[in-house]
Design a protein around this ligand. Structure first.
Ligand SMILES: [Zn+2]
Length: 448
Protein backbone atom coordinates (compact mmCIF):
# COMPACT_ATOMS: atom_id res chain seq x y z
CA UNK A 1 0.00 0.00 0.00
CA UNK A 2 1.31 3.42 -0.92
CA UNK A 3 1.87 5.68 2.08
CA UNK A 4 2.37 9.39 1.65
CA UNK A 5 2.50 12.28 4.14
CA UNK A 6 1.57 15.85 3.21
CA UNK A 7 3.04 18.43 5.57
CA UNK A 8 0.40 21.10 5.06
CA UNK A 9 0.99 23.56 7.92
CA UNK A 10 2.95 24.03 11.12
CA UNK A 11 6.27 22.95 9.65
CA UNK A 12 7.62 26.51 9.52
CA UNK A 13 6.01 27.89 12.68
CA UNK A 14 4.29 27.03 15.95
CA UNK A 15 0.75 27.49 14.68
CA UNK A 16 -1.67 26.44 11.88
CA UNK A 17 -0.93 22.73 12.32
CA UNK A 18 -2.20 20.42 9.58
CA UNK A 19 -0.90 17.13 8.22
CA UNK A 20 -2.52 14.68 5.80
CA UNK A 21 -1.67 10.99 5.61
CA UNK A 22 -2.60 9.00 2.51
CA UNK A 23 -2.74 5.22 2.90
CA UNK A 24 -3.73 3.72 -0.45
CA UNK A 25 -6.94 5.48 -1.51
CA UNK A 26 -7.74 6.81 1.95
CA UNK A 27 -6.64 10.10 3.47
CA UNK A 28 -6.81 11.16 7.10
CA UNK A 29 -6.21 14.79 8.06
CA UNK A 30 -4.62 15.50 11.45
CA UNK A 31 -5.38 18.99 12.85
CA UNK A 32 -6.56 22.15 11.07
CA UNK A 33 -5.14 25.00 13.07
CA UNK A 34 -4.84 28.77 13.18
CA UNK A 35 -1.66 30.80 13.53
CA UNK A 36 -3.09 33.34 15.93
CA UNK A 37 -0.06 35.65 15.87
CA UNK A 38 -0.72 36.32 12.16
CA UNK A 39 -4.20 37.49 13.11
CA UNK A 40 -3.33 39.51 16.23
CA UNK A 41 -0.63 41.52 14.44
CA UNK A 42 -3.48 43.35 12.69
CA UNK A 43 -5.52 45.50 15.06
CA UNK A 44 -9.13 44.45 15.50
CA UNK A 45 -9.16 41.93 12.65
CA UNK A 46 -12.29 39.83 12.89
CA UNK A 47 -11.65 36.49 11.17
CA UNK A 48 -15.20 35.17 11.53
CA UNK A 49 -16.33 36.80 8.31
CA UNK A 50 -13.13 36.30 6.32
CA UNK A 51 -12.61 34.05 3.34
CA UNK A 52 -10.22 31.09 3.66
CA UNK A 53 -8.08 32.22 0.73
CA UNK A 54 -7.39 35.60 2.37
CA UNK A 55 -6.46 33.84 5.60
CA UNK A 56 -4.20 31.45 3.68
CA UNK A 57 -2.47 34.43 2.04
CA UNK A 58 -1.89 35.96 5.48
CA UNK A 59 -0.31 32.72 6.69
CA UNK A 60 -3.03 32.45 9.32
CA UNK A 61 -4.43 29.05 8.25
CA UNK A 62 -2.87 26.09 6.39
CA UNK A 63 -2.75 26.18 2.60
CA UNK A 64 -4.68 22.96 2.04
CA UNK A 65 -4.71 23.29 -1.77
CA UNK A 66 -1.84 20.78 -1.73
CA UNK A 67 -4.41 18.09 -0.91
CA UNK A 68 -5.59 18.13 -4.52
CA UNK A 69 -2.20 16.54 -5.36
CA UNK A 70 -3.03 13.52 -3.19
CA UNK A 71 -4.74 10.70 -5.01
CA UNK A 72 -7.35 9.61 -2.50
CA UNK A 73 -10.47 10.48 -0.51
CA UNK A 74 -10.46 12.22 2.86
CA UNK A 75 -12.10 9.83 5.34
CA UNK A 76 -11.67 11.76 8.58
CA UNK A 77 -10.51 15.08 10.00
CA UNK A 78 -8.88 14.45 13.37
CA UNK A 79 -8.08 17.35 15.70
CA UNK A 80 -5.80 16.14 18.51
CA UNK A 81 -6.87 18.65 21.18
CA UNK A 82 -8.72 21.92 21.59
CA UNK A 83 -5.92 24.50 21.22
CA UNK A 84 -6.58 27.00 18.44
CA UNK A 85 -3.38 26.17 16.59
CA UNK A 86 -4.96 22.70 16.11
CA UNK A 87 -8.69 23.44 15.64
CA UNK A 88 -8.83 27.11 14.66
CA UNK A 89 -9.06 26.57 10.88
CA UNK A 90 -11.74 23.87 10.96
CA UNK A 91 -14.50 26.46 10.50
CA UNK A 92 -12.69 27.74 7.38
CA UNK A 93 -11.55 24.50 5.72
CA UNK A 94 -13.49 21.44 6.89
CA UNK A 95 -16.55 22.19 4.73
CA UNK A 96 -14.45 21.41 1.66
CA UNK A 97 -14.20 17.75 2.68
CA UNK A 98 -16.99 15.21 2.81
CA UNK A 99 -15.66 13.63 5.99
CA UNK A 100 -16.52 13.55 9.70
CA UNK A 101 -14.52 15.43 12.32
CA UNK A 102 -13.43 12.81 14.86
CA UNK A 103 -12.23 13.97 18.29
CA UNK A 104 -12.54 13.49 22.04
CA UNK A 105 -15.59 14.99 23.83
CA UNK A 106 -13.95 18.21 25.08
CA UNK A 107 -12.21 18.84 21.75
CA UNK A 108 -15.48 18.11 19.91
CA UNK A 109 -17.36 20.65 22.04
CA UNK A 110 -14.74 23.32 21.32
CA UNK A 111 -14.84 22.48 17.60
CA UNK A 112 -18.62 22.89 17.61
CA UNK A 113 -18.27 26.29 19.31
CA UNK A 114 -15.76 27.37 16.63
CA UNK A 115 -18.17 26.26 13.91
CA UNK A 116 -21.08 28.12 15.56
CA UNK A 117 -19.06 31.35 15.77
CA UNK A 118 -18.21 31.28 12.04
CA UNK A 119 -20.05 33.77 9.82
CA UNK A 120 -18.63 33.10 6.35
CA UNK A 121 -18.83 29.34 5.89
CA UNK A 122 -21.38 26.74 6.82
CA UNK A 123 -19.78 23.56 8.16
CA UNK A 124 -22.08 20.55 8.28
CA UNK A 125 -19.50 17.79 8.68
CA UNK A 126 -20.54 15.29 11.35
CA UNK A 127 -18.67 15.77 14.61
CA UNK A 128 -18.02 12.26 15.94
CA UNK A 129 -16.83 11.74 19.50
CA UNK A 130 -14.20 9.12 20.24
CA UNK A 131 -12.44 8.68 23.56
CA UNK A 132 -8.82 7.80 24.20
CA UNK A 133 -8.50 4.05 23.65
CA UNK A 134 -11.19 4.12 20.95
CA UNK A 135 -10.73 2.86 17.39
CA UNK A 136 -12.48 3.44 14.06
CA UNK A 137 -12.14 1.82 10.63
CA UNK A 138 -10.68 3.97 7.87
CA UNK A 139 -11.49 2.54 4.44
CA UNK A 140 -11.10 -1.21 3.94
CA UNK A 141 -7.74 -1.85 5.51
CA UNK A 142 -6.78 0.88 7.96
CA UNK A 143 -7.77 1.72 11.51
CA UNK A 144 -7.62 4.94 13.49
CA UNK A 145 -6.79 4.69 17.21
CA UNK A 146 -6.64 7.38 19.91
CA UNK A 147 -3.90 7.06 22.56
CA UNK A 148 -4.26 9.12 25.73
CA UNK A 149 -1.62 11.81 26.20
CA UNK A 150 -1.09 14.67 28.66
CA UNK A 151 -0.87 18.31 27.59
CA UNK A 152 -1.84 21.78 28.83
CA UNK A 153 -5.48 21.13 27.92
CA UNK A 154 -7.66 18.21 29.01
CA UNK A 155 -8.82 15.37 26.74
CA UNK A 156 -5.74 15.44 24.45
CA UNK A 157 -4.83 12.36 22.39
CA UNK A 158 -2.25 11.28 19.86
CA UNK A 159 -3.99 9.63 16.90
CA UNK A 160 -2.46 6.53 15.33
CA UNK A 161 -3.32 5.36 11.81
CA UNK A 162 -2.70 1.61 11.60
CA UNK A 163 -1.91 0.61 8.00
CA UNK A 164 -0.74 -2.69 6.49
CA UNK A 165 2.70 -1.04 6.18
CA UNK A 166 2.89 -0.15 9.88
CA UNK A 167 1.53 2.54 12.16
CA UNK A 168 1.65 6.28 11.52
CA UNK A 169 1.80 8.00 14.92
CA UNK A 170 0.90 11.69 14.96
CA UNK A 171 2.63 12.98 18.10
CA UNK A 172 1.32 16.57 18.48
CA UNK A 173 1.07 17.93 21.33
CA UNK A 174 2.11 16.40 24.61
CA UNK A 175 4.33 16.16 27.64
CA UNK A 176 5.00 13.00 29.58
CA UNK A 177 2.92 13.46 32.70
CA UNK A 178 2.29 10.69 35.22
CA UNK A 179 0.42 13.00 37.65
CA UNK A 180 -1.62 15.33 35.41
CA UNK A 181 -4.03 16.77 38.10
CA UNK A 182 -7.05 16.07 35.82
CA UNK A 183 -7.44 12.98 33.65
CA UNK A 184 -5.29 9.88 33.17
CA UNK A 185 -1.48 9.75 32.87
CA UNK A 186 0.04 9.46 29.40
CA UNK A 187 -0.45 5.92 28.05
CA UNK A 188 3.20 4.94 27.53
CA UNK A 189 2.28 1.25 27.80
CA UNK A 190 0.17 1.53 24.64
CA UNK A 191 2.91 3.45 22.78
CA UNK A 192 5.39 0.67 23.64
CA UNK A 193 2.94 -1.96 22.39
CA UNK A 194 2.37 -0.09 19.13
CA UNK A 195 6.14 0.06 18.68
CA UNK A 196 6.39 -3.71 18.91
CA UNK A 197 3.22 -5.18 17.41
CA UNK A 198 2.63 -6.05 13.75
CA UNK A 199 4.78 -4.07 11.38
CA UNK A 200 5.78 -1.63 14.13
CA UNK A 201 5.78 2.11 13.54
CA UNK A 202 6.39 3.24 9.97
CA UNK A 203 6.44 6.94 10.80
CA UNK A 204 6.35 9.22 13.83
CA UNK A 205 5.46 12.90 13.47
CA UNK A 206 6.75 14.75 16.53
CA UNK A 207 5.94 17.95 18.47
CA UNK A 208 9.27 19.82 18.53
CA UNK A 209 8.10 22.91 20.48
CA UNK A 210 10.65 22.33 23.25
CA UNK A 211 13.15 20.16 21.34
CA UNK A 212 15.94 22.65 22.00
CA UNK A 213 15.45 22.32 25.76
CA UNK A 214 17.45 19.80 27.75
CA UNK A 215 16.05 17.56 30.44
CA UNK A 216 12.46 16.78 31.24
CA UNK A 217 9.27 18.85 31.28
CA UNK A 218 7.88 18.76 34.83
CA UNK A 219 4.43 17.38 35.59
CA UNK A 220 1.36 19.57 36.07
CA UNK A 221 1.63 18.47 39.72
CA UNK A 222 4.76 20.65 39.92
CA UNK A 223 2.92 23.74 38.63
CA UNK A 224 0.22 22.96 41.18
CA UNK A 225 2.80 22.86 43.98
CA UNK A 226 4.30 26.17 42.83
CA UNK A 227 0.84 27.71 42.87
CA UNK A 228 0.12 26.28 46.29
CA UNK A 229 3.37 27.73 47.60
CA UNK A 230 2.66 31.19 46.17
CA UNK A 231 -1.00 31.33 47.12
CA UNK A 232 -0.72 29.92 50.64
CA UNK A 233 2.07 32.43 51.34
CA UNK A 234 -0.56 35.14 50.70
CA UNK A 235 -3.04 33.75 53.21
CA UNK A 236 -2.68 36.73 55.56
CA UNK A 237 -2.63 39.42 52.87
CA UNK A 238 -5.76 41.53 53.22
CA UNK A 239 -5.72 43.36 49.89
CA UNK A 240 -6.39 42.33 46.31
CA UNK A 241 -5.05 39.13 44.73
CA UNK A 242 -5.67 38.46 41.04
CA UNK A 243 -4.54 35.43 39.01
CA UNK A 244 -4.32 34.83 35.28
CA UNK A 245 -3.59 31.74 33.19
CA UNK A 246 -4.45 30.09 29.86
CA UNK A 247 -8.26 29.91 29.78
CA UNK A 248 -8.09 26.50 28.10
CA UNK A 249 -5.82 25.10 30.84
CA UNK A 250 -8.62 23.56 32.91
CA UNK A 251 -6.27 21.70 35.27
CA UNK A 252 -4.48 24.94 36.11
CA UNK A 253 -7.72 26.88 36.59
CA UNK A 254 -8.90 24.10 38.92
CA UNK A 255 -5.76 24.41 41.05
CA UNK A 256 -6.13 28.20 41.32
CA UNK A 257 -9.80 27.85 42.29
CA UNK A 258 -8.95 25.29 44.95
CA UNK A 259 -6.12 27.30 46.54
CA UNK A 260 -8.22 30.48 46.45
CA UNK A 261 -10.81 28.73 48.57
CA UNK A 262 -8.12 27.35 50.84
CA UNK A 263 -6.93 30.88 51.70
CA UNK A 264 -10.49 31.97 52.39
CA UNK A 265 -11.27 33.79 49.16
CA UNK A 266 -14.08 33.23 46.74
CA UNK A 267 -12.70 32.58 43.25
CA UNK A 268 -14.52 34.13 40.30
CA UNK A 269 -13.67 33.46 36.61
CA UNK A 270 -13.78 36.58 34.44
CA UNK A 271 -13.35 37.11 30.71
CA UNK A 272 -14.97 35.69 27.61
CA UNK A 273 -12.61 32.76 27.00
CA UNK A 274 -12.36 32.01 30.74
CA UNK A 275 -16.13 31.53 30.81
CA UNK A 276 -16.14 29.59 27.52
CA UNK A 277 -13.54 26.90 28.31
CA UNK A 278 -14.38 26.39 31.98
CA UNK A 279 -18.11 26.49 31.26
CA UNK A 280 -17.72 23.84 28.54
CA UNK A 281 -15.59 21.59 30.77
CA UNK A 282 -18.13 21.88 33.58
CA UNK A 283 -21.09 21.24 31.28
CA UNK A 284 -19.42 18.02 30.04
CA UNK A 285 -18.70 16.89 33.60
CA UNK A 286 -14.94 16.89 32.99
CA UNK A 287 -14.15 19.07 35.98
CA UNK A 288 -15.48 19.36 39.50
CA UNK A 289 -15.78 23.08 40.25
CA UNK A 290 -17.49 24.35 43.44
CA UNK A 291 -21.24 24.78 42.84
CA UNK A 292 -21.17 28.52 43.51
CA UNK A 293 -18.19 29.30 41.26
CA UNK A 294 -19.09 32.42 39.26
CA UNK A 295 -18.07 32.61 35.58
CA UNK A 296 -18.74 35.78 33.61
CA UNK A 297 -17.83 36.50 30.03
CA UNK A 298 -19.82 39.47 28.80
CA UNK A 299 -18.41 42.88 29.52
CA UNK A 300 -21.39 44.08 31.54
CA UNK A 301 -21.65 40.97 33.72
CA UNK A 302 -17.89 41.12 34.33
CA UNK A 303 -18.15 44.73 35.44
CA UNK A 304 -21.05 43.86 37.74
CA UNK A 305 -18.94 41.07 39.29
CA UNK A 306 -16.06 43.53 39.81
CA UNK A 307 -18.46 45.99 41.45
CA UNK A 308 -19.64 43.29 43.82
CA UNK A 309 -16.02 42.46 44.69
CA UNK A 310 -15.28 46.12 45.42
CA UNK A 311 -18.44 46.53 47.52
CA UNK A 312 -17.92 43.38 49.57
CA UNK A 313 -14.16 43.78 49.90
CA UNK A 314 -11.30 42.68 47.64
CA UNK A 315 -9.90 40.59 50.50
CA UNK A 316 -12.84 38.19 50.13
CA UNK A 317 -12.32 37.38 46.46
CA UNK A 318 -9.80 36.10 43.97
CA UNK A 319 -10.59 37.05 40.36
CA UNK A 320 -9.13 34.62 37.80
CA UNK A 321 -8.93 36.63 34.60
CA UNK A 322 -7.85 36.52 30.96
CA UNK A 323 -4.75 38.41 29.83
CA UNK A 324 -1.70 36.27 30.71
CA UNK A 325 0.04 37.38 27.50
CA UNK A 326 -0.91 41.03 27.95
CA UNK A 327 -3.51 40.83 25.17
CA UNK A 328 -4.76 44.42 24.75
CA UNK A 329 -8.46 43.58 25.06
CA UNK A 330 -8.16 40.97 27.82
CA UNK A 331 -9.43 41.57 31.32
CA UNK A 332 -6.09 41.95 33.13
CA UNK A 333 -4.88 44.54 30.62
CA UNK A 334 -8.12 46.47 31.09
CA UNK A 335 -7.56 46.31 34.86
CA UNK A 336 -4.05 47.71 34.31
CA UNK A 337 -5.50 50.57 32.28
CA UNK A 338 -8.02 51.26 35.04
CA UNK A 339 -10.95 50.44 32.75
CA UNK A 340 -12.75 48.12 35.16
CA UNK A 341 -14.45 48.83 38.49
CA UNK A 342 -11.69 46.80 40.22
CA UNK A 343 -9.21 49.20 41.80
CA UNK A 344 -5.68 47.99 42.39
CA UNK A 345 -3.88 49.35 45.44
CA UNK A 346 -0.23 49.57 46.39
CA UNK A 347 1.04 46.05 47.13
CA UNK A 348 -1.82 44.09 45.53
CA UNK A 349 -0.70 40.80 43.99
CA UNK A 350 -1.00 39.63 40.40
CA UNK A 351 -0.08 35.97 39.76
CA UNK A 352 0.85 35.04 36.19
CA UNK A 353 0.43 31.24 35.99
CA UNK A 354 1.79 31.31 32.47
CA UNK A 355 5.00 32.03 30.67
CA UNK A 356 5.28 34.68 27.98
CA UNK A 357 5.17 33.03 24.55
CA UNK A 358 8.59 34.04 23.19
CA UNK A 359 7.36 35.98 20.22
CA UNK A 360 7.88 39.76 19.87
CA UNK A 361 4.18 40.71 19.87
CA UNK A 362 3.53 38.78 23.07
CA UNK A 363 6.69 39.96 24.77
CA UNK A 364 5.84 43.59 23.99
CA UNK A 365 2.22 43.32 25.05
CA UNK A 366 3.05 41.51 28.25
CA UNK A 367 5.70 44.12 29.09
CA UNK A 368 3.13 46.87 28.62
CA UNK A 369 0.53 45.07 30.71
CA UNK A 370 2.95 44.47 33.59
CA UNK A 371 4.07 48.12 33.51
CA UNK A 372 0.47 49.36 33.61
CA UNK A 373 -0.32 47.04 36.52
CA UNK A 374 2.86 48.18 38.27
CA UNK A 375 1.87 51.83 37.87
CA UNK A 376 -1.31 51.03 39.81
CA UNK A 377 0.82 49.55 42.58
CA UNK A 378 0.50 45.85 41.74
CA UNK A 379 3.29 43.42 42.47
CA UNK A 380 3.87 40.58 40.01
CA UNK A 381 4.41 36.85 40.57
CA UNK A 382 5.86 35.68 37.29
CA UNK A 383 6.02 32.34 35.50
CA UNK A 384 4.20 30.11 38.02
CA UNK A 385 3.99 27.54 35.26
CA UNK A 386 5.25 24.38 33.55
CA UNK A 387 5.14 23.76 29.80
CA UNK A 388 2.80 21.34 28.04
CA UNK A 389 5.43 20.11 25.59
CA UNK A 390 8.13 17.44 25.76
CA UNK A 391 11.75 18.40 26.25
CA UNK A 392 14.67 16.33 24.98
CA UNK A 393 14.51 13.46 27.48
CA UNK A 394 10.83 12.98 26.66
CA UNK A 395 11.71 12.82 22.97
CA UNK A 396 14.31 10.12 23.65
CA UNK A 397 11.72 8.14 25.61
CA UNK A 398 9.19 8.39 22.77
CA UNK A 399 11.76 7.16 20.22
CA UNK A 400 12.62 4.26 22.55
CA UNK A 401 8.95 3.37 22.97
CA UNK A 402 7.91 3.61 19.31
CA UNK A 403 11.12 2.69 17.46
CA UNK A 404 9.80 4.36 14.30
CA UNK A 405 11.32 3.66 10.87
CA UNK A 406 10.86 7.30 9.83
CA UNK A 407 10.63 10.47 11.87
CA UNK A 408 9.20 13.85 10.82
CA UNK A 409 9.79 16.81 13.16
CA UNK A 410 6.84 19.25 13.30
CA UNK A 411 5.37 22.17 15.32
CA UNK A 412 8.44 24.43 14.98
CA UNK A 413 10.50 26.42 12.52
CA UNK A 414 13.91 25.44 11.13
CA UNK A 415 15.78 26.77 14.16
CA UNK A 416 13.37 24.93 16.43
CA UNK A 417 13.98 21.63 14.63
CA UNK A 418 17.74 21.73 15.24
CA UNK A 419 17.64 20.24 18.72
CA UNK A 420 15.47 17.41 17.48
CA UNK A 421 17.74 16.67 14.52
CA UNK A 422 20.65 16.34 16.93
CA UNK A 423 18.88 14.04 19.37
CA UNK A 424 17.37 11.87 16.64
CA UNK A 425 20.87 11.71 15.11
CA UNK A 426 22.13 10.36 18.44
CA UNK A 427 19.55 7.58 18.08
CA UNK A 428 20.86 6.59 14.64
CA UNK A 429 18.49 8.55 12.39
CA UNK A 430 19.97 10.30 9.39
CA UNK A 431 18.76 13.45 7.66
CA UNK A 432 17.36 12.71 4.21
CA UNK A 433 17.22 8.96 4.86
CA UNK A 434 14.78 8.37 7.71
CA UNK A 435 14.75 11.78 9.40
CA UNK A 436 12.68 14.16 7.27
CA UNK A 437 13.04 17.86 8.06
CA UNK A 438 10.62 19.61 5.76
CA UNK A 439 8.52 22.73 5.35
CA UNK A 440 4.87 23.55 4.64
CA UNK A 441 3.31 22.26 1.46
CA UNK A 442 5.50 19.20 0.81
CA UNK A 443 4.74 15.52 0.37
CA UNK A 444 6.91 12.69 1.62
CA UNK A 445 6.45 9.29 -0.03
CA UNK A 446 7.26 6.66 2.60
CA UNK A 447 6.07 3.58 0.68
CA UNK A 448 5.78 3.85 -3.11
ZN1 LIG B 1 -1.42 22.35 22.17
Amino acid sequence: MEIEIATVGGYEEVGRQMTAVRAGDDIVIFDMGLNLSKVLIHDNLRTEGMHSLDLIDMGAIPDDRILSDLDGTVQAIVPTHGHLDHIGAISKLAHRYDAPIVSTPFTSALVEEEIDDEDKFHTDNDVVQMNAGGTMSIGERCELEFVNVTHSIIDAINPVLHTPEGAIVYGLDKRMDHTPVIGDPIDMKRFREIGREGEGVLCYIEDCTNANKKGRTPSEAVAREQLEDVMLSLEDYDGGIVATTFSSHIARVTSIVEFAERIGRQPVLLGRSMEQYSGTAERLGLVDFPDDLGMYGHRRSVDRAFERVMNEGKENYLPVVTGHQGEPRAMLTRMGRGETPYELDQGDKVIFSARVIPEPTNVGQRYQSEKLLGMQGARIYDDVHVSGHLRQEGHYQMLDALQPQHVIPAHQDMAGFSGYVELAGNQGYKLGRDLHVTSNGNTIQLVG
